[in-house]
Design a binder for this molecule. Structure first.
Ligand code: ADP
Length: 486
């Protein structure tokens, strides 16, 4: 706690070309703890000029080396060193993250910080394993492909899993041989800045990793516009993703987008009810529902509907909601007053339009931005609470009678999103048939979890491209064909 407090009290600057620099404008902005609304730190407000310096530093580190000229094994060694430093400083990072984001300390420590370290560790392994291929063309031609780093990567991340997102984008970019300009979300810039200190401690060369804190419309937009940046990897809302696509047409940058979701959970009558209940509750209430892949639309077969609904209601009631640093807390606040008002707005609209709250539905008194874990019944397809991504602990529960899988899939697919789906059934055939019918980038059967070795991304308006696994690193490469006349 002492070390985290000392970090928060520092003057937080931008990491540009291996040095900490104030924003060119001299401006700073405040960072709040969403558990109580208190200002906990202030950070530099980077904007166009700072992004320009960062992008040029990253460009130099890529074009003139050393990063792009370093042996992949050497890059991998530095990445592993960073993973170790994250582990060594896990307690401090977890406290910073919990104070900045509000989520329970047990989650930041056991899941988010560990996952950040794992990402550098995992992708360090890929650095040495990228390869091209040879092609048969004709007897007097030799043709082959080179898998080359794309160049400078602009990495724009959201506030729901800040450190994990920073690592999730930096790790594959670095392993591919790219240099980077990272922009954390304005709500949660702190863990990325502590990561920046660890980057320097690990010994990464100057300019390889640059971190510009600031606002989306300013620093974020400048990254998307910058001609020295070759690729944007963005995670955030679908609305912002669309803006980024439009802005990127100026330079025709490569763009990977991991966007919103309104993911279905489908429970068949033969499911292990306990497993379905537990998976559904975790899937929607974890991180206060501020998860792109949260399962927010629950479809349960009539035969087990009451049992499943009762079970999830019990889980919701049992959750201890409170400040993330308080012992035993299961669910923290929402990230901001804006998000708090937005979530309650959706619930209010649903209730006004005829839905009922089986549990929750209200704000929780306090200085922080808390809402009750909420389950709504009686929603219809046209209600905004049922259609739009809410990013809060709000579940819409619906029963179905159909035995026909196409009918069930039609309901599950009745959304503009397609990020994730959960299926609960003991019948392997039903599980596999349904997995094919659901339009989602990830289908989790009977509680299967996301793993870094498995591609993750969206169908439809949930995004472009995949993160994780081999696809995750290939997104930071270009494929060059070389054809030699012999
Ligand atoms: P939210 O609306 O929940 O804050 P966003 O998707 O807007 O989510 O934010 C995710 C990230 O995108 C943040 O780092 C934010 O600063 C950034 N961002 C927002 N608007 C833009 C933009 N127009 N261009 C680039 N980045 C942006």
């Amino acid at each position: 706690m002492r070390r985290a407090n000392a970090f928060l009290a520092k003057e937080h600057r931008l990491l540009i070309d291996g040095n900490w620099a104030a924003a060119a404008s001299g401006k700073t902005f405040e960072v709040k703890n969403p558990s109580n609304g208190a200002v906990i730190s202030s950070v530099a407000e980077g904007s166009t000029m700072d992004v320009d310096r960062a992008a040029k530093a990253a460009r130099r580190a890529f074009d003139s080396g050393p990063w792009s000229r370093m042996a992949p094994s050497e890059r991998a060694r530095l990445m592993r060193r960073l993973a170790e430093l994250i582990e060594v400083n896990a307690q401090e990072l977890a406290i910073i993250e919990t104070m900045d984001n509000g989520k329970p300390f047990k989650m930041t420590l056991a899941e988010n910080v560990r996952s950040a370290a794992e990402k550098f560790d995992y992708y360090s392994g890929w650095a040495t394993k990228l390869r091209g291929e040879t092609m048969e063309v004709s007897h007097n031609t030799h043709a082959f492909t080179l898998r080359e780093a794309i160049g400078v990567a602009g990495l724009i991340i959201p506030w729901n899993v800040p450190l994990q997102s920073a690592a999730g984008k930096l790790a594959p970019a670095l392993a591919a041989g790219c240099t980077a300009v990272l922009k954390p979300a304005e709500q949660t810039p702190l863990s990325a800045l502590r990561l920046g200190e660890l980057v320097l401690e690990a010994g990464f060369p100057e300019g390889v990793i640059n971190i510009v804190t600031g606002f989306g419309h300013d620093a974020g937009a400048a990254i998307v516009d910058h001609p020295s940046i070759d690729k944007i990897s963005f995670t955030g809302s679908t609305a912002t993703g669309k803006k980024i696509i439009c802005a990127a047409t100026g330079t025709l940058k490569r763009v990977t987008l991991e966007l919103g979701g309104k993911s279905p959970v489908i429970v068949f009558p033969d499911a292990d009810v306990e497993q379905a209940v537990s998976g559904t509750a975790t899937g929607v209430f974890r991180n206060s529902g501020q998860v792109c892949a949260a399962g927010t639309r629950l479809f349960v077969h009539r035969k087990v509907y009451d049992e499943v609904l009762e079970g999830v209601i019990e889980r919701a009631k049992a959750l201890k909601v409170g400040p993330g640093l308080e012992p035993g807390v299961d669910m923290g606040p929402l990230i901001s007053d804006v998000q708090h008002a937005k979530v309650l707005g959706y619930v209010g609209a649903g209730l006004r339009d005829g839905a009922s709250a089986a549990v929750g539905g209200n704000s929780i008194e306090g200085p922080g931005y808390f809402v009750e874990p909420t389950i709504l019944t009686g929603t219809t397809e046209n209600m905004s609470v049922r259609r739009e991504e809410i990013f809060g602990p709000i579940l819409c529960a619906v029963s179905f009678d159909e035995e026909d899988l196409d009918g069930i899939a039609a309901q599950a697919n009745d959304t503009t999103y397609g990020l994730s789906a959960r299926i609960y059934t003991r019948d392997i055939s039903t599980a596999l048939k349904m997995s094919r019918k659901v339009k989602a980038g990830s289908v989790r059967v009977n509680g299967g979890g996301i793993d870094i070795n498995v591609p993750f991304g969206g169908y439809k308006q949930s995004g472009w491209g995949r993160e994780g696994g081999l696809e995750g690193i290939e997104n930071f490469t270009e494929l060059k064909s070389v054809i030699v006349k012999l």
